[in-house]
Design a protein around this ligand. Structure first.
Ligand SMILES: Cc1cc2nc3c(=O)[nH]c(=O)nc-3n(C[C@H](O)[C@H](O)[C@H](O)COP(=O)(O)O)c2cc1C
Length: 595
């Protein structure tokens, strides 16, 4: 591409593609041709600015202007006014939560300014299907260094010095895992990448694979050199077709360039990769279940030891790492472990990619330095809770995670600090909840997921989680009984202690953490048959307080059932026989006089 050409990147991540980014790209291409600008402007399929809630996103690289929610019909204006005319189209420009931000450059946008892009350093800046563009941003230089300058022992040393811990949930030191596998005897060893990403609401790994597949391939090749493996597998769920497509393109290109296959870079080192498409069972993300699945058996965990570093895939020494973990490796090798360890807290180094979702203004993918506060992620980057609702909690770490209430918002993103407040870093999911979230219902949702995904091999997980779910369903349905909370606590303890794998061992966490901070909500459901957040419909009986009612009639207009009677200057009245508890009146009432 000639240097003077302007690049316009249209986000092609799964979210933006679903919202029509391919059509936007085609329309922009047509307009560029119509304006005779083909020699000066390149329309690229870029990836991914992380602003997943407002796509399709279009970035004009030369001046860093971001457009959001672009439609094909907007292409003519963008090309005529901005690309040809030099004046950005203000109506479409990403403005951040405050209008004043519309004039600042992209780096000053609230969503971006507190982020640190290491894992996502290439996102939106390179075409993920171009190996040349990856190489132009130092891609495969880490591998070249690992092959020509470093011994396997030095690679282990650098990774240990970096302090990198596994991003798949457990936070186990990556260098240590590699050291064990490097020290294991055997001619055949495997490097495995866990791209199963089963946590509800998580899309960090998918985004990394879609935006920068070569960074994961390079990380795996370095790991292979370190432990002495010749073969690797990327276990990716089949629901990620774009990630799989880009991985296939990247693997083929790396082979063509002599960066995968035999005699890599003329050093005599051989390593090749294969993608294994998993069918999307959550438990297949557990390392021993994942290996069973690649072997063609049903994905069920097995007891450890033996650990995979000694007996992994087909009983050969293996290492398994998460996508984000591998994506960190090339830069650690290129810049040195000490460079990496300079950012973060005492025990959690580098950055963490977080999927921010729920009741927050800026939903999307965020990368922050370890040690950033959760408050900063939710408020400075996320823009806080929309619709003037009150913040209630943020759920961290997926189904094995826990809730952090307002009083702990200043907790640092750090494995140990997050664990102290009853949650886990997990793979980096953060779901923000406002005052309208019922914490018992939330616990019920996660328990439903866990019991559904239990593989059934061990009794505590198979039966115990089902019993817990039944109790939670009963509480939400207004059938809660004295003693239910104690039963939940006792079951949690047994399931945690006696389950075979992490699924059961951590499954009760959402219940335990909501009990720790929101026990009063459980008690209100059980003792008063009341849902304080007004979510559990079986417990709702709506009525209007005539004293507080502003007599505005907004609830009357909002009710889809005709269950509300109202006349000018009269308080509204709800007919409970007709009411279907849809919450429309409650949400429409400006004076909070509906109960
Ligand atoms: C039920 C269950 C599901 C898991 N799912 C994933 C997953 O989707 N992706 C992942 O990287 N790790 C997952 N893990 C953790 C892996 O077993 C393993 O610890 C991790 O992939 C190791 O890589 P890391 O050290 O780089 O984190 C899961 C664990 C359990 C118990």
């Amino acid at each position: 591409m000639p240097a003077q050409r302007k690049t316009v990147a249209v986000c092609a991540c799964t979210g933006c593609t679903k919202r029509g980014s391919s059509e936007v790209r085609e329309a922009l291409e047509r307009e560029v041709v119509a304006h005779g600008l083909s020699d000066h402007v390149e329309i690229q399929a870029g990836d991914c600015d992380g602003l997943c809630g407002i796509g399709p996103v279009v970035r004009v690289a030369a001046d860093g202007v971001l457009y959001r929610a672009v439609k094909p019909a907007d292409a003519a204006k963008i090309v005529a006014e901005h690309i040809a005319g030099g004046s950005p189209v203000e109506r479409l420009r990403y403005q951040g939560p405050g209008a004043a931000e519309s004039v600042v450059p992209e780096s000053g946008h609230p969503f971006f300014k507190d982020q640190l892009f290491w894992v996502m350093r290439n996102k939106g800046l390179i075409d993920p299907e171009s190996i040349d563009e990856y190489i132009a941003r130092d891609g495969y230089f880490g591998l070249a260094k690992a092959l020509t300058e470093l011994t396997p022992e030095r690679i282990v040393e650098e990774v240990l010095t970096s302090g990198l811990r596994g991003r798949g949930g457990g936070g186990f030191p990556t260098g240590l895992k590699w050291k064990f596998a490097a020290g294991s005897k055997g001619d055949v060893k495997y490097v495995l990448c866990n791209a199963d990403e089963g946590d509800p609401g998580a899309f960090m790994d998918r985004s990394v694979l879609e935006a920068d597949p070569h960074s994961v391939i390079e990380g795996m090749a370095i790991a292979a050199r370190c432990i002495g493996a010749k073969k690797g597998y990327i276990y990716c769920r089949t629901e990620y077709p774009l990630a799989i497509h880009r991985l296939n393109v990247a693997i083929a290109a790396a082979r063509e360039y002599g960066l995968l296959g035999t005699d890599i870079l003329g050093t005599g080192f051989d390593f090749d990769l294969e993608i294994y498409e998993g069918a999307g069972a959550f438990v297949c993300g557990e390392e021993t279940a994942l290996m069973a699945s690649i072997e063609g058996r049903r994905g069920m965990p097995r007891p450890r030891p033996p650990f995979p570093a000694h007996q992994g895939l087909w009983k050969k020494p293996s290492i398994l790492n998460n996508v984000e973990t591998f994506a960190n490796i090339p830069q650690i090798i290129l810049n040195g472990g000490a460079w990496y360890a300079a950012v973060g807290t005492e025990k959690s180094k580098g950055t963490k990619v977080v999927a921010l979702s729920g009741k927050v203004k800026n939903i999307g993918l965020v990368e922050v330095a370890m040690g950033t506060t959760i408050r900063s992620i939710v408020y400075d980057i996320g823009g806080g809770v929309p619709n003037r609702k009150k913040f209630k909690a943020v759920q961290l770490g997926g189904p094995s995670g826990g809730c952090v209430p307002e009083s702990h918002l200043d907790t640092l993103v750090d494995y140990e600090e997050i664990a102290k407040v009853g949650a886990i870093m997990g793979s980096g999911g953060m779901i923000v909840m406002d005052e309208t979230t019922c914490m018992v219902d939330m616990a019920r949702y996660f328990m439903d997921f866990i019991q559904d995904e239990s593989c059934g091999k061990c009794t505590p997980c198979r039966e115990g989680t089902r019993r817990m779910l039944e109790i939670l369903q009963g509480i939400c349905a207004g059938k809660g009984q004295e003693g239910d909370i104690e039963k939940l606590e006792a079951l949690s303890e047994v399931i945690r202690e006696s389950s075979l794998c992490g699924l059961g061992q951590t499954g009760p966490n959402p219940v335990l953490s909501t009990l720790r901070y929101f026990r009063d909500e459980y008690e209100a459901h059980i003792k008063e048959k009341r849902c304080p957040a007004k979510r559990c419909t079986a417990l709702l009986k709506f009525w209007v307080d005539p004293e507080k009612c502003k007599k505005c009639g907004l609830c009357f207009k909002a009710c889809p059932q005709g269950a509300i009677t109202w006349e000018k200057k009269q308080p509204a009245v709800i007919d409970t026989a007709k009411c279907v508890q849809c919450m429309s009146c409650f949400e429409a009432c400006p004076s909070s006089s509906i109960f």
